[in-house]
Design a protein around this ligand. Structure first.
Ligand code: PLP
Length: 359
């Protein structure tokens, strides 16, 4: 009886759901869960700006982040080039989502996964990768220019191991190819070509470059904007041609750069925005309380940038960004009253939203 009442109350939801099911066929394993993510209208942000603020829900990928697309393409590229055969080893230097994406893909595809990371990373990150079957090798922190840097160690280990590949997420353009072949076309199709601007934060630059390249090819008028956190060099690079860091040290993780990666080289970037942590944190909590999305700080930065781009363009435009991953991995820091107070970031969260903080 209860079930019948419930069914009668939500006929519209059932109809919509049925249509979605028929459009989206069965996915083939975890690898099949890479891409074809929903494009979500952020209702409050859209109403506020008079624009359509749309976001690809990248946490819906099988490994839970925007980096799953790159992870799969990097592995497939190595297989295609004969660098990786059945039972081989995938090696990467990463402390974040690329490692998680690679570890998931390796389990699903039957490869071993070895992750090199700086030894200043949290226990949670190491334990998560170990849970996902990866062998984790923490390396003392030294700059890129030092041969003992964790990335160089990852490369050397792969070179000296039979049937192993260093996927090299920063400079292997199979990374941005993932976005040229999947994210870009999905955005074009899901908006029926009605997209005026895209904006993304950059870690490797794969997402921004790949989506930008695909969309510019379809329509050169699409405005491509790089969204940069505090302490990164790319804002000044795009605006003034200088690799000069902006002030501060951002609370965001996985984004911000000190150089132009090969994935970013030649990317058609029209403009850049330097987004302050106060705006990042404010937007992260607005997304939770006003839109219902529990996301990480790079998503707060992306949506904050999308709103700024919309305001610059004026009402009637469509701006697309992405929801990179969920807030779970960042809960200890980003949702801590103590940590935010220490960083001077507590007051940028509206009082009524501070119920989401822990001590
Ligand atoms: C949480 C998060 N957001 C955004 C990005 C940026 O993606 P890309 O490397 O494609 O620039 C990353 C990259 O690692 C990330 O981990």
């Amino acid at each position: 009886m209860a079930a019948i009442v419930c069914y009668r109350r939500i006929p519209l939801i059932n109809a919509v759901h049925k249509r979605c099911i028929s459009q989206d066929s069965i996915r083939k394993g975890l690898v099949g869960m890479m891409g074809r993510t929903p494009l979500v209208r952020l209702n409050k942000m859209s109403e506020e700006t008079g624009c359509e603020i749309l976001a690809k829900a990248e946490f819906c990928n099988g490994g839970g982040s925007v980096k799953d697309r790159a992870a799969l393409f990097l592995i497939q590229d190595a297989i295609k080039k004969g660098q990786l055969r059945a039972g081989g080893t995938v090696v990467e230097g990463t402390a974040g989502n690329t490692g998680i994406g690679l570890a998931h893909m390796c389990l699903s595809m039957g490869f071993k996964c070895v992750i090199y990371m700086p030894d200043n990373q949290s226990r949670e990150k190491i334990e998560l990768l170990q849970t996902l079957g990866a062998e984790v090798r923490p390396i003392p922190v030294v700059p890129w220019t030092d041969e003992k840097n964790y990335n160089h160690q990852a490369r050397r280990f792969a070179e000296s191991t039979d049937n192993a590949v260093w996927t090299n997420q920063f400079d292997n353009t199979a990374n941005r190819q993932a976005h040229i072949e999947t994210t870009g076309p999905e955005i074009w199709e899901q908006t029926a070509g009605k997209v005026d601007a895209v904006t993304f934060a950059t870690g490797t630059g794969g997402t921004l470059a790949g989506v930008g390249m695909f969309l510019k090819d379809k329509n050169p008028n699409v405005h491509v904007v790089l969204a940069d956190p505090q302490g990164s060099v790319l804002y000044n690079y795009v605006k003034h041609g200088k690799l000069e860091r902006t002030e501060g040290n951002s609370i965001t993780e996985g984004i911000g750069q000190g150089r132009v990666t090969r994935n970013l080289e030649g990317a058609p970037i029209d403009d850049a925005l330097a987004v302050q942590d106060t705006d990042v944190v404010n937007m992260t909590f607005r997304l939770l309380h006003e839109e219902g999305f529990f996301v990480g700080a790079s998503t707060g930065l992306n949506v904050s940038a999308a709103v700024q781009v919309a305001k610059q363009m004026g009402p009637g435009h469509t701006v697309v960004t992405c929801l990179c991953d969920t807030g779970h991995k960042y809960y200890a820091k980003l949702f801590s009253r103590k940590v935010l107070a220490e960083k001077g970031l507590l007051d940028c969260i509206p009082k009524e939203y501070q119920v989401s903080l822990h001590d």
